[in-house]
Design a protein around this ligand. Structure first.
Ligand SMILES: NC(=O)c1ccc[n+]([C@@H]2O[C@H](COP(=O)([O-])OP(=O)(O)OC[C@H]3O[C@@H](n4cnc5c(N)ncnc54)[C@H](OP(=O)(O)O)[C@@H]3O)[C@@H](O)[C@H]2O)c1
Length: 384
């Protein structure tokens, strides 16, 4: 195999608040020739996830911080292009934690083989991947059962959209909140949520009260902040909170004080359990069987927002914090004509719906913004 040059995304400075494109750099690296017991993989899709924001800070969290000036890590699905290990052959599809780069060399134990028969392959980053497993594990952690009234924030995202559908399959009444009317329609019409509301159009507690006049049993928390406070007010006696994420605070330079009504925990004997999906890795087989079964049977909708090309990966990541995704946000590495067409449709739709599309100044070797890319395609025609 000839020498491979791979583009990769580096973090070059620690963001103080919302990350900017200038906190990252795309560099090129030459891969070494393959050794025995090594596999060369070309990434097809990479994942951008809110949890990565925590890794961009200095200091320890539950995962170590990203190292500056090194390729970042993250979920990815790729194809084996060369193998000197008996476990994998050319053409095999694998998932790994070698995201944010075009090519990489790994040992077999760092790769997880998956079936090419399931399409799109990006589903292994979403519904059948880490975020789907988070939704599945969260419902188990919260001991969610038929008849429960379940409220989910961040409901139209990767975790939330799967959590809601799985809760419906369990026989729950499911209420979701998300940040646009388009997402509210998606929750009701495509994910089967019983009720949904836009948290940007009025106080969450008031809107939740309308949809759950008798209260809720479970809160699946993806955002924290106002939604958590509303849930504490509306939870019934012995209610449960699944503490999955708190994206509303991820970019705060200084943490905000906790909910003003925390004493509800005592009065209503509530339980709040923290979820880290990594802790559930020994149940991966069970997850794949159950959720994979639903997916193959057409009972589970996989929705995703696809951004084209590694040069737009940073913009895709930053876009998570202004809700530019419906379902799982993924980056397709090969920015082919079909990918550009779908991205263009998406941005046009966002503009039509009044969603603010991120803009940033041009910077050589810095990632392009989605809107810049779209302008280029509009002005110059499809690059393919
Ligand atoms: N504990 C674990 O092991 C684990 C694993 C995976 C994910 N998570 C957490 O689960 C949550 C969801 O992750 P995901 O991968 O599914 O991401 P996602 O929901 O697909 O994307 C993030 C979404 O968050 C919403 N958002 C952004 N800023 C917000 C704010 N200030 N207030 C309310 N909503 C806001 C946006 O949707 P809107 O348009 O609705 O605002 C955006 O689309 C995150 O908090 C993540 O850190 C935890």
């Amino acid at each position: 195999m000839s020498e491979i040059t791979s583009r990769e995304v580096h973090l070059i400075s620690h963001p103080k608040r919302l990350p900017e494109v200038y906190d990252f750099e795309i560099t090129q690296t030459q891969l070494e020739p393959l050794q025995d017991q090594q596999v060369l993989v070309r990434n097809l899709f990479i994942s951008v996830d809110p949890y990565m924001r925590g890794r961009m800070n200095e200091g320890k969290s539950y995962v170590p911080p990203f190292e500056l000036n090194k390729a970042m890590e993250g979920g990815a699905v790729g194809e084996v292009v060369e193998s000197r290990a008996s476990e994998f052959k050319v053409g095999d599809v694998v998932t790994s934690n070698y995201g944010w780069r075009e090519y990489f060399i790994a040992s077999p134990k760092e790769l997880h083989g998956v079936s090419r028969d399931i399409q799109p392959l990006s589903v292994y980053l979403g519904t059948l991947g880490m975020t789907g497993m988070t939704a599945w594990a969260g419902l188990k952690l919260g001991e969610v059962k038929a008849g429960d009234v379940v409220y989910i924030s961040g409901a139209a995202g990767a975790v939330g959209s799967v959590a809601g559908q799985l809760a419906k399959l369990k026989g729950c009444r499911v209420i979701g909140t998300a940040g646009s009317n388009e997402k509210v329609d998606f929750l009701r019409d495509e994910c089967g949520y019983d009720a949904a509301f836009n948290y940007r159009t009025g106080p969450v507690v008031e809107q939740l009260k309308v949809e759950a006049p008798d209260g809720i049993d479970v809160y699946f928390d993806n955002v924290g902040g106002e939604s958590l406070e509303a849930a504490l007010s509306l939870l019934r006696l012995h209610g449960r909170i699944i503490a999955c994420g708190g994206i509303s605070g991820y970019n705060d330079a200084k943490p905000k004080p906790g909910p003003s009504n925390l004493f509800n925990m005592t009065v209503k004997r509530l339980t709040m359990k923290g979820l880290i999906v990594r802790d559930w890795v020994d149940q991966q087989g069970e997850f794949e069987e159950e959720v994979g079964g639903y997916f193959k049977a057409g009972k589970l909708k996989h929705k995703e927002t696809v951004v084209c090309g590694i040069e737009n990966a940073v913009t895709a990541f930053i876009g998570l914090f202004s809700g530019q995704n419906i379902g799982k946000m993924v980056v397709q590495m090969e920015a082919d004509a079909e990918c550009h067409r779908r991205s263009l449709e998406k941005v046009t739709e966002q503009e039509r719906n009044g969603v603010e599309v991120i803009h940033a100044k041009d910077a050589p070797m810095h990632p392009q913004t989605v809107s810049e890319a779209v302008d280029t395609w509009r002005n110059e025609g499809d690059p393919n």
